[in-house]
Design a protein around this ligand. Structure first.
Ligand SMILES: [Zn+2]
Ligand SMILES: [Zn+2]
Ligand SMILES: [Zn+2]
Ligand SMILES: [Zn+2]
Ligand SMILES: [Zn+2]
Ligand SMILES: [Zn+2]
Ligand SMILES: [Zn+2]
Ligand SMILES: [Zn+2]
Length: 216
């Protein structure tokens, strides 16, 4: 079975860049950017150039498609022909956003694509968020991972800037309550102080600023 910590599927991919075989693009990127890899050879997979897959059941290499041409097995219950992306776990409600150019999770009905921010946001945020030009097309200000196609949860701050949810929580632990990009306060400070007055040990994240967005 083509299994890794990232996806359940019945095929492996042939990386178009280096020609090596991996369970998925994240497995490729982890291996090719690890400390064991010569810095000059480190690279990310050009995800939209993947063409060949190898059936995990019969080992047949073939053009990416949902069903193996040789043994007929379904290589992924969710299959996106545009991304050449397979995933057996359809509970994630994957969908392809043409404007993002990638598959996302969470169900098409729950998201809308904001043209200014250049990303899919939860419908709850429609007309309620501050638009920032290409808000998701940058690195997380804390850990520097590229936000747009991260697999981690993302939060949109009141100022419109975006950050990993776990990185924001890390900031809170260190009593940093301002956006690391623009220094605006993360939320209404008066509410925060009253909470501290009430001797609540940990600062809860105001729900309205949480926006779960998980890229595939
Ligand atoms: Zn490669
Ligand atoms: Zn993987
Ligand atoms: Zn097969
Ligand atoms: Zn797709
Ligand atoms: Zn989108
Ligand atoms: Zn927007
Ligand atoms: Zn981060
Ligand atoms: Zn900001």
């Amino acid at each position: 079975m083509g299994m890794c910590s990232h996806y359940k599927r019945r095929c492996k991919i042939r990386a178009p860049c280096c020609g090596d075989i991996f369970n998925c693009r994240h497995c490729h990127n982890e291996a090719k950017n690890s400390l064991e890899t010569n810095p000059l050879d480190r690279h990310d997979i050009p995800r939209h150039e993947i063409e060949k897959v190898i059936c995990s059941l019969c080992g047949t290499e073939q053009d990416a498609q949902q069903y193996c041409i040789n043994c007929g097995v379904c290589m992924g219950k969710y299959y996106c022909a545009k991304c050449k992306f397979f995933d057996d776990d359809i509970t994630k409600n994957q969908y392809h956003c043409d404007e993002c150019g990638i598959c996302r999770t969470g169900g098409k009905d729950n998201f809308f694509h904001c043209k200014t921010c250049g990303c899919c946001y939860s419908k709850e945020m429609k007309d309620k968020h501050r638009c920032v030009e290409r808000a998701m097309h940058h690195n997380c200000p804390i850990c520097f991972e590229f936000i747009f196609d991260t697999m981690k949860d993302i939060t949109v701050l009141r100022c419109g800037h975006t950050i990993h949810l776990e990185c924001l929580k890390e900031m809170e632990k260190h009593y940093r309550y301002t956006c690391p990009v623009c220094s605006k306060s993360l939320w209404d400070m008066s509410k925060l102080w009253s909470k501290i007055d009430q001797e609540i040990a940990s600062t809860p994240m105001p729900a309205m600023y949480q926006n779960k967005m998980v890229s595939k």
